[in-house]
Design a protein around this ligand. Structure first.
Ligand SMILES: [Zn+2]
Length: 456
């Protein structure tokens, strides 16, 4: 699967399965499924016919997970064992074919503008370094083939096969390839689908790992499961040292997806999961809250921040909708996870924009986040107020009850937050190029933020 949640459609592209999932289970290095190559691509990865013993092993595991997952096998899955360098090269090629370069670049610059990536961090290279260390295998829905890394222990290979072959079954029943293909402004929707796919595959893989002990994934309390996924990831040197936003983005489809899948399984077994696959969550808000999924709570269409207030010399380099999961991941950069989850849970809609100067040397980012109506009319801005206050408290530099706050970052960049009614605007502005008060980074960010929440 792809579409890393949120942020990284990129990471998006990855579905690293969390490493060791159960103390007594073999460590299953993550595997990742890339965006599949476009059908027209002539130079796609080559799937060598697997030797007989290997194809028998794949077929046996496919039958096994089909029983565990209660989804009938509808076709064979080709499989190839390849070395790490080949796998990484295939994934890079898939990424380049599937996601426009300006989108990958734009995501990195958006994160950097808000201070979530170090100034000199090479986003794309970092992403691949991280995936390279985590990879164990991936399923390609366009090729109907799975790729397994050649340096796994036998137990790692089995766990990876189990997980990836669940993706193959999902694809056979729910047609993953077209659904996972990159679409503009669809980060939130695709993160929701990716999280469902990863939660499903991870849960079924755990059933496989726990079967010998007579258990199932449902027996594990959510908190224990999450701690194990997180611990497995943190044990990886590549992940432990990478920027937190990338690490959390990589993990969130597994953590959030498993939580939903287990809630569904406890309610009605795998049949309840299959019913959700018929109409997958449209937003990560629905993914994160079963009651909102049941109610199919629709997102609000939020107008994208216009770059007009920036004046001439600017253009939109990248835009997207990040959803509740993306908002939470950003808030986690500023506050503890639990506080971030609480602050993000009133999400009703959002639009993010990255603007770059035509000279290419400066960038500004804006994010308009709308919250659900709550509290006293007419504004009913209780949810927005809670999120705004959490940001202000995390930044540590404004009074309670403030309606706007500027937070300087090292290097002269300013982050600005402003609340109006149910909207919160977050703007990142670069260091000023001259010393007049109206061109200070706070003043520039403030003007844009005010214009954003004024537009209807
Ligand atoms: Zn997966």
């Amino acid at each position: 699967m792809k579409r890393v949640a949120v942020w990284l459609s990129l990471l998006a592209l990855g579905s690293c399965s969390p490493a060791s999932v159960q103390p007594s289970a073999p460590e299953a290095p993550p595997h990742l499924a890339p965006p599949s190559p476009s059908p027209s691509a002539s130079a796609g990865p080559v799937v060598n016919p697997a030797p007989d013993a290997a194809s028998r092993r794949v077929r046996a595991m496919l039958d096994r997970v089909s029983r565990l997952r209660s989804l009938p096998v509808r076709g064979d899955v080709r499989a190839a064992t390849i070395d790490r360098a080949t796998m990484v090269a295939q994934l890079k090629q898939n990424l380049r074919e599937q996601i426009p370069a300006e989108v990958v670049h734009g995501q990195g610059e958006f994160l950097r503008a808000f201070g979530f990536l170090p100034p000199d961090y090479d986003f794309e290279a970092g992403l691949f370094r991280l995936l390279e260390g985590q990879l164990a295998g991936y399923y390609d829905p366009d090729l109907k083939a799975m790729f397994l890394m050649d340096d796994l222990s036998s137990s790692e290979a089995d766990a990876t096969l189990a997980h990836e072959l669940v993706h193959a079954l999902q694809d056979q029943h729910y047609d993953l390839a077209p659904r996972m293909r990159y679409r503009p402004d669809a980060n939130d929707a695709q993160s929701a689908l990716q999280s469902l796919a990863e939660g499903d595959a991870t849960s079924a893989m755990m059933d496989y790992l726990l079967a010998e002990q007579g258990g199932t994934a449902e027996d594990l309390p959510d908190a224990m499961m999450e701690a194990q996924i997180a611990a497995g990831v943190m044990l990886s040197p590549e992940l432990a040292s990478c920027p937190g936003i990338l690490r959390n983005s990589l993990m969130s489809p597994y953590l959030d997806g498993v939580r939903l899948v287990h809630a569904l399984r406890r309610r009605g077994g795998w049949a309840a999961v299959d019913r959700v696959w018929q109409t997958p969550p449209a937003t990560t808000e629905q993914l994160l809250h079963l009651d909102k999924l049941d109610a199919r709570e629709a997102p609000e269409a939020v107008p994208p921040p216009s770059i007009e207030p920036l004046g001439p010399g600017w253009s939109v380099a990248y835009a997207d909708v990040y959803g509740e999961q993306g908002v939470r991941l950003a808030f986690e950069e500023w506050m503890p996870r639990r506080v971030a989850a609480r602050a993000a849970q009133g999400w009703a809609g959002d639009r993010a924009v990255l603007a770059t100067s035509t000279t290419g040397t400066r960038r500004m980012a804006a994010w308009r986040i709308r919250f659900d109506p709550h509290g006293a009319p007419p504004a009913r801005s209780g949810e927005a107020r809670e999120a705004f206050d959490a940001i202000v408290a995390a930044w540590g530099d404004a009074k309670k009850g403030a309606r706007e706050v500027c937070h300087p970052l090292p290097g002269g960049t300013a982050l600005f937050a402003l609340i109006r009614d149910r909207d919160v605007a977050l703007v990142a502005a670069p260091a000023a190029t001259d010393s007049s008060p109206t061109s200070s980074s706070c003043a520039v960010a403030r003007r844009w933020a005010a214009a954003i929440v004024s537009s209807r």
